[in-house]
Design a protein. Structure first.
Length: 97
């Protein structure tokens, strides 16, 4: 990439990397009385700018990296009324000791 501008660098060349992913997650949340299983979808974003250009009238190198994570959906697993498992077939429920 050439001719790129972002504060504080202008007339830059180098690399700009943007990676986006939407993985499925599964997690266990535990406390002394029980363990709950949760699952859902997340959004991950990784960004890196690695540029050489002009910063306030002099040549400079500019590097900026970032990471974001958002949980888009979530479902909590709970036991069914008959204690036969979970009402959501994709979940597992573990009762504490």
């Amino acid at each position: 990439m050439t001719g790129f501008a972002t504060d504080p660098i202008t007339d830059a060349s180098g690399t700009v990397v943007d990676v986006f992913s939407q993985p499925v997650y599964h997690a266990t949340i535990s406390d002394p009385d029980e363990s709950l299983e949760v699952e859902g979808e997340a959004l991950l974003s990784f960004t890196e700018l690695n540029l050489d250009g002009i910063c306030i009238a002099t040549q400079c190198h500019f590097r900026l990296a970032g990471f974001d994570e958002f949980f888009l959906t979530s479902s909590q697993c709970e036991p069914d009324p008959n204690n036969q498992g979970d009402e959501n077939p994709g979940c597992q429920f573990n009762q504490g000791p």
